[in-house]
Ligand binder design. Structure first.
Ligand SMILES: [Zn+2]
Length: 76
């Protein structure tokens, strides 16, 4: 099984491969940011999803947004 490679952008705007240590650090940072976001908002958006669907220019758009604050969770 091929493990997925993570990339980051360096100061020059080039994508460079991340080391496993950097990937782990990034994951921890993401988790901390999510926790802070939940604390700030007082709820976890991913636990209060609301399905939405609308048509525009003959195209159907759908996904989930937060039923409390309206933040986009996932588009379909
Ligand atoms: Zn929310």
């Amino acid at each position: 099984m091929k493990s997925c490679t993570h990339y980051k952008m360096d100061a020059d705007g080039n994508f460079v491969e991340m080391t496993p240590e950097e990937v782990e650090k990034d994951r921890i940072k993401g988790e901390r940011e999510l926790k802070e976001k939940i604390k700030r908002k007082g709820h976890d958006c991913s636990e209060t999803p609301e399905f939405y669907e609308f048509w525009e220019d003959g195209r159907r758009y759908h996904g989930w947004d937060c039923s409390i604050c309206g933040d986009l969770i996932h588009t379909g």
